[in-house]
Write a protein of this length. Structure first.
Length: 185
């Protein structure tokens, strides 16, 4: 009878039960927010690199080094194994062709393969007329959450972005395809 009337400690008991649940929910929400933010940042990095590349009339290996450095500087600290591929795709008489493709990766990371006609992502390609070209920029990064074990595990984020060259019909590559660019047949 004495224990029924005594209600001191009820709040402490509820706190002991609910605090771990609330803490877990808070940490899980933080992890999910961090994943969405990292995915958004990776897309913005791709947009930035794509925009810079589209403004030059001839691309070079030095510019690829600059874009790789830019990607590394802009990427969040918990994204590793960063990779970058920039490709110039054109519409030839027989369909989509890869005019040139160049890849880069962090030291110790296997770079992606250069793009070929067989690996062009046709599902995201815009409609092109013969002789027209687009730049395809693809970035990848392996993300690890700051707090693991709360619903979100490590995953790879990637972005595929397409833009037309701004000042030329098709972009030459100084070391791979110099001179007047013409889409191969």
């Amino acid at each position: 009878m004495r224990f029924r009337k005594h209600d001191r400690g009820g709040i402490s008991f509820e706190f002991v039960i609910m605090f771990p649940v609330l803490a877990t929910l808070l940490i899980s929400a933080f992890s999910y927010f961090e994943a969405f933010r990292t995915n958004s940042v990776m897309s913005k990095i791709g947009f930035t690199i794509n925009d810079i590349v589209s403004r030059v009339s001839e691309y070079s290996n030095a510019e690829m080094g600059d874009m790789t450095l830019l990607q590394r500087k802009m990427t969040p600290f918990n994204v590793v194994n960063q990779r970058l591929r920039i490709s110039n795709i054109c519409m030839g008489p027989s369909g989509l062709r890869v005019y040139w493709s160049q890849t880069s990766a962090q030291i110790g990371t296997t770079p992606p393969l250069e793009l070929t006609e067989a690996t062009i992502p046709v599902d995201i390609m815009p409609t092109l007329v013969e002789g027209e070209s687009v730049m395809l920029t693809e970035i990848w990064g392996q993300w690890t959450p700051v707090v693991t074990g709360f619903g979100v595990g490590p995953r790879e984020f990637n972005s595929e972005l397409i833009i037309r060259p701004r000042f030329v019909r098709m972009m030459a590559h100084a070391e791979r395809r110099p001179g007047n660019p013409i889409c191969p047949s």
